[in-house]
Design a protein around this ligand. Sequence first.
Ligand code: ADP
Ligand code: ADP
Length: 224
Amino acid sequence: MLVLEKLEKSYNRGQPGEIQVLRGIDLTIPRGQVTALVAPSGAGKSTLLHIAGLLDTPDAGRVLVNGADLTGAPDRRRTEARRNELGFVYQFHHLLPEFTAEENVILPQLANGVSRAQARERARALLARVGLQDRVTHRPSALSGGEQQRVAFCRALANGPSLLLADEPTGNLDPATSDTVFSVLMDLVRETGLSALIATHNLDLAARMDRVLRLEAGQLTESA
Ligand code: ADP
Ligand code: ADP
């Protein structure tokens, strides 16, 4: 579960170009809840996701992951939480081009101390779960955009996180593929009981999540 409390963030603080991006963000995502984040470009969506993903720190406020306040935690603790408790998916898959689909899902597990045999088994199970059992030895360049993104979902879930953070996970796909791939993602999230914060411009996809929040003028509002 993720709790964001009274987050504030500015860039160029105290300088002429100061811009206040987050102005008191309060958000709780309970276990199993999937929240959509809808924001016009420049509204601070990436800033919010980076802070929630422990890649950036707020000027004020707190970030709690599974009850632990990690706002000012040492880098080592934050990295550990990123590896174990958080999964990330981006608009572009960022798969390693020289590795196969399977290896891309194995590597984060090896970095986490899982044995190669176990990591391989889990990678195969995840890839089969998203319909890629016949693609495990393909490199990203030999996969379609939708397939690449499905591999990226498997990689994000490789270490069994409890929270998924996604930034336009289907933003680079054509509408039909986007729809299919989003359904695959939602099935995975539901099955694993993950909490998720998924940024999207696609209002139809947002409407299929449990809750839709809009980020505007530095604040979150519930979208009807
Ligand atoms: P979004 O992801 O919604 O497009 P961002 O979080 O990337 O928005 O950025 C929000 C605002 O903060 C934008 O006006 C952007 O130009 C500004 N901004 C983002 N990062 C920086 C930075 N490192 N330095 C200064 N301004 C920034
Ligand atoms: P590692 O040594 O395992 O790569 P990192 O702290 O670099 O440890 O990464 C931990 C997690 O945070 C990874 O899942 C990675 O995808 C994510 N991550 C690291 N840096 C960034 C970044 N600049 N933007 C988005 N995600 C990142």
